[in-house]
Write a protein that binds this ligand. Sequence first.
Ligand code: G6P
Length: 462
Amino acid sequence: MVSARAAQVLVASNRGPVSYALAADGTLTSRRGGGGLVSGLSAIGAEANALWVCSALGDGDREAVRRGVGEPGVRMLDIDAGTHADAYNGIANSVLWFVHHMLYQTPLEPVFDAEFRHQWGAYETYNRAFARALADEAAEGAPVVVQDYHLALVPGMLRELRPDLRIGHFSHTPWAPPEYFRMLPDDVAEQLLRGMLGADRLGFLTRRWADAFARCCADVLGGTGSTRIGVYGLGADAEFLRRRAHEPDVDERLGVLREQIGAGRKAIVRVDRTELSKNIVRGLLAYGQLLADHPEWRERVVHVAFAYPSRQDLAVYREYTAEVARVAEVINSTYGVDGWTPVLLHVEDDFARSLAAYRLADVALVNPIRDGMNLVAKEVPVVSEEGCVLVLSREAGAWEELREDAVSVNPYDVVGTAAALHEALSMGRAERAERTKRLAAAATALPPQQWFLAQLNALREA
Ligand code: G6P
C-alpha cells in the first residue's frame, strides 16, 4: 500500500485492472481485466510508486475492500452502492454515453427531470470521492491521468484541492457536436466542460472528437482556456495478441469453430459487447440482405457473431440483447437448411474464442453507428491468418487510420452494407493479404504502452 502523498504517478478510472468475485462460501477470487485499455494503463506498473485508483463495482469488490484484500498499486474506492449506481448507470451510461454516441430517440428523450438532477448530484459525489482520494495519495507535482466520461468533473475538483499536480484527462468515447451536446441543461454542460478544462492536458482518440470538444467549449464557454488538447490513437498490442492467439486454449476453440462453420465455407466475423452503439442488429439485417441479394452465398458463408452482454442493469440494453437474438433467429429460420446455420450467435464472453474467430475470419464486420475507436477493427488484422477484409463503419474512430485499406460503410445503410459484405467476400487472395498487412501496420502504430507513455510525457512537460 502506498502511504499518503507518496504516489509519484496516478491513474484514475471507473473500471480497474482487477475485479473480485464473492462465492457463496465467502471465498474471494480475483480476475484481471483484459483489453487494450487495461494493458495500456498497466504500463503504469513500470513506474516507481505508481497508484491506480478505481471503483469497487460489485459485491465481490466491496467485500475485498472491507477485508483489506487488494493488489499493490491499486486502490479501490468503496463508494456507497446507491450513489455509484446513480452516477454510473444513471448519468455516465444513460446520459453521457448517450450524448456522445448520439443514441437518443429524440422525440421522447432525453427528459432532464428531477430524477436526473438527483442522479447528477450522485455523479458529483462520486467524482468528488475520486478527487479526494487522488489528492490524498499524490506526491507533490505528480502527474495524474484521469480516464473517461465517468470522471469528467475530477480534473476541476482535483485542481482546487491540489493546484500543484499535473492533471490529464483522456476520453475513450467520441465527443458530441455542440448542437447535440447542448441538449444537456446549460449548467450541466458548463460544469462538464469546466470540469475537464481543470486538466492541463486533454486527450482524445481522434482529431474528430478533439475538434468536437473544442467546438463545444467555444459555444458554451467561449473557448478552451489554457488547457492543451492532444490526439492519441490507441493501437492494438501486436506482441501480446500474436502470442495469446496461439496458446492451446485458442487452438482448441479454433477447431471447434471450424467444425461449426463447416469445411469450405467463408466466415464473416464480428465481436462486440452487446452495446447499442455497435449496430449489431443492422449488421445482421445486412447479412440477411446479402443472402437475399446474392443467393450464390447461401450455404457458402457463415456469420460468426459474438455479442457479449454488457450493462445489463439498463433495460434498454436488455431489450437490445433480446432483439439481437431475435433477428439472428429470423435469419436462421428464413435461410437455414439441414447442415447449414447461417448465423452462429455466441453470447458467452470468451476472449480465447474471440481470438480464434479473428484467426479464421475471411471478413470482419465492424459497423458501429458511432465509436470512440473500436479496437476489434485493429486487432483482427494483427491476428488474421488468411488475410481478412475489414468492413468498417466510417463512424468508428479507427476508420480515420484504417480507411484506405478497409471497405467503408455507412452504418445506417443496410443495403449498402450488404453490398460491402459481397465485395469483401469476393476479394481475391492477394489483395486481401496485402490490405491486411497494411491494416496491421496502421493498427499497431501506437501500442497501448506507448499510448500511455505519450500521455504521461505530455503531462510531465506541462
Ligand atoms: C467503453 C468505455 C470504458 C468502459 C468500457 C466497458 O470502452 O470507454 O470506459 O470501461 O466501455 O464498459 P463498462 O460499463 O462495462 O465499464
